[in-house]
Design a protein around this ligand. Structure first.
Ligand SMILES: [Zn+2]
Length: 179
């Protein structure tokens, strides 16, 4: 007799047909193993239906929420520590690099300071001078020359440039030698 077939029928979730039910009942009357299996299944079913549903202990939701909040806090703390450590490491590295750069200053601070100061002063005075000259020229020109003349002068300047370019080309172009 095929026990597996009847076990499948017993375990089936869908409703059995009349034919299947009759076959199963006939088999159960003759087969001890399948009868035991059927009884065990009934016991389990009975147990499932008669066991009270375990409800969570009082305050479970609150405790669960609190544990989630605690977990989040822990994770945040860990992240803050990580950021701090990475930050401190980066800053240390930067300072180490800076240390190498300013090592000469530490060795002979006054000489380096004078050299830097000299550079700064020279640079500043040069820029100041150029800006001063340009400003003076611009102011003088602007107060003397009216706008229409400015436009005329610009065109004249462009024309001069064109003439200069043409002349330059003429002069530098290779010439035929006259013998
Ligand atoms: Zn059987």
């Amino acid at each position: 007799m095929n026990h597996q077939f009847f076990e499948n029928l017993l375990l089936s979730d869908s409703e059995l047909t009349q034919v299947e039910l009759t076959m199963l009942q006939e088999h159960l009357q003759t087969c001890e193993a399948c009868r035991q299996f059927s009884n065990a299944l009934e016991d389990v079913d009975h147990l499932f239906h008669n066991t009270p549903i375990a409800s969570p202990a009082v305050g479970f939701t609150q405790r669960w929420q609190e544990s989630v909040i605690q977990d989040n806090k822990k994770r945040q703390k860990r992240q803050i520590w990580l950021i701090l450590i990475v930050g401190v490491c980066s800053i240390s590295a930067l300072f180490a690099l800076l240390g190498f750069t300013i090592l000469p200053v530490l060795i002979s601070p006054i000489a380096v300071l004078w050299a830097e100061l000299f550079n700064l002063v020279t640079w500043f005075s040069a820029v100041e001078w150029i800006v001063g000259v340009l400003l003076t020229m611009f102011r003088a020109a602007h107060s003397v020359v009216p706008t229409s003349l400015w436009i005329a002068l610009s065109f004249a300047f462009m024309g001069l440039c064109a003439v200069w370019v043409v002349a330059f080309k003429q002069v530098t172009a290779p010439r035929r030698l006259v013998i």
